[in-house]
Design a protein around this ligand. Structure first.
Ligand code: PXG
Length: 439
């Protein structure tokens, strides 16, 4: 192995690896709203980690909880036994969640939460003698993680391309909700587009409701570039699912825990899904963890057969890991004590103003926002691969001391729930400068 091989052994996820190693971006420490790189540069984090860390980095309460937990109970058997912290965290999540989303299944990531949610939906119908309800419906442009279930209901072509023939055969997709001619530069929810939910009727006609298990959507589509649901769209989807006996799954991996100015997008949009996935903000990103919140009736339908029998043959070695659960408990306590969800709601209009002040800058073709989620879409550069201009903007900002993210040619913003006006201004000023410099 050469020295270069050794130094470049790490194959980075979702990264242009060859370009990366020409000028590596290596983060060494973080505090509050800033990162420090291995080269000693201080960066303002405008993306809250990766939509993960709304409270800021190295939050003292979470750090202390993790330190003390790892010394007290580092791991506990998670099958046919558990630990006190996981029980407490499940209870607190159920109490925080709307309606009777009372039962919590823990995972280690959003991808695992999504695949778990899909399996719960299938197992639920099976337990009720409706095993023919086996089709899973996602949506074009959706991101539901990288495992085979989530990939199958996901709708981003690049993620699916190499795996196409191995995706779940029963998956189908609703049309996406973006229509630029009707929505460009809309602030918050577009007024147009509730009827797009009727696309579910098309799939019901094609496959028959008796064969459909569940519909999964991100209440606000994140990774694809922040697509905000039209007013009434999610309600319409809920009504149709009820009409046809189809479960509605909200993938709230990004939207839960304050990102849309409420504990859950379900709360902000005032409707109740049957199953809800979380990850990221559940521990403020400190320890990997995900979870699936399930309505009481679904859980009860699965509690069948002899009491000594395992009811649901599914689980991860680290489901309900005590250190992750301790981080989760400290995170929920900090959200509560700091009023983080209200804080996010209070700065939403400031964020919206700043983001939309970029309208008219070079190559900007749309700006979208809700809560503290923002997307700024750039026209792809002529003759270059899609995403080249977006990536250049990301790189320019990083080198200028601000971290944002690009998904293709859309720049994404996810500031801290407790951002200051000055910080928001710094982020948008930096992006403005980058846009003016870019080809
Ligand atoms: N569902 C949703 C809605 C997500 O946003 C996942 C599932 C998967 O979670 P894990 O923990 O397995 O990564 C996600 C993840 C981006 C970006 O640039 C977003 C995610 C992942 C990578 C990039 O917006 N979200």
């Amino acid at each position: 192995m050469t020295a270069t091989d050794y130094e470049q052994a790490f194959w980075l996820p979702y990264t242009a690896n060859r370009a990366f190693w020409k000028s590596p971006r290596v983060i060494q420490s973080a505090q509050g709203h800033h990162y420090t790189t291995a080269a000693g540069d201080r960066l303002l984090d405008g993306f809250s980690g990766l939509w993960t860390s709304g409270l800021g980095h190295c939050h003292p309460r979470i750090v202390a909880a993790v330190q003390s937990q790892v010394a007290e109970l580092d791991y506990s058997l998670g099958f046919q036994a558990t630990n006190d912290k996981a029980i407490e965290l499940a209870g607190q999540l159920a109490a925080l969640a709307p309606g009777d989303l009372n039962r919590v299944f823990f995972t280690n990531s959003g991808s695992e939460a999504v695949d778990t949610a899909l399996k719960i939906a299938l197992a639920y119908h099976h337990a009720r003698g409706e095993g023919h309800r086996s089709r899973l419906i996602g949506r074009e442009r959706a991101y539901h993680g990288v495992n085979f279930g989530g990939l199958s209901v996901g709708g981003i072509g690049a993620n699916r391309k190499a795996f196409s023939a191995c995706l779940l055969p029963g998956a189908a997709h609703l049309r996406h909700t973006y229509e630029r001619s009707q929505m460009a530069y809309c602030r918050g929810q577009p007024a147009w587009g509730a009827h797009l939910a009727d696309d579910l009727e098309r799939l019901v006609l094609l496959h028959d409701a008796s064969n459909i298990a569940a519909v999964i959507v991100e209440p606000v589509a994140g990774s694809t570039g922040v697509l905000v649901p039209p007013v009434g769209y999610l309600q319409r989807l809920r009504e149709l699912c009820d009409r046809y006996g189809i479960l509605l799954i909200f993938d709230e991996v990004i939207t839960a825990f304050g990102r849309v100015g409420a504990a859950f997008a379900a709360e902000r949009f005032e409707l109740l899904p049957d199953i809800l996935t979380v990850a990221k903000g559940i521990t403020n990103g400190v320890i990997p963890m995900g979870g699936v919140l399930v309505r009481e009736g679904i859980y009860q339908a699965l509690m069948q057969g002899p009491e000594e029998m395992v009811e649901f043959f599914h689980g991860y070695t680290y489901s309900g890991h005590p250190v992750a659960a301790a981080a989760g408990l400290a995170t929920l306590a900090a959200y509560e004590e700091e009023g983080s969800f209200e804080q996010a709601r209070a700065i939403e209009s400031l964020f919206e103003e700043g983001l939309h002040s970029l309208q008219g800058e070079p190559n900007v073709i749309d700006i979208r926002n809700i809560g503290l989620m923002g997307g700024l879409e750039l026209a792809p550069r002529d003759g270059a691969p899609v995403g080249a201009r977006g990536f250049d903007a990301f790189r320019d900002c990083f080198e200028s001391g601000v971290v944002i993210r690009n998904g293709g040619d859309t720049l994404q913003f996810s500031p801290f729930l407790n951002s200051t006006g000055d910080e928001l201004e710094r982020i948008f000023d930096c992006v403005r400068g980058a846009l003016r410099r870019l080809r």
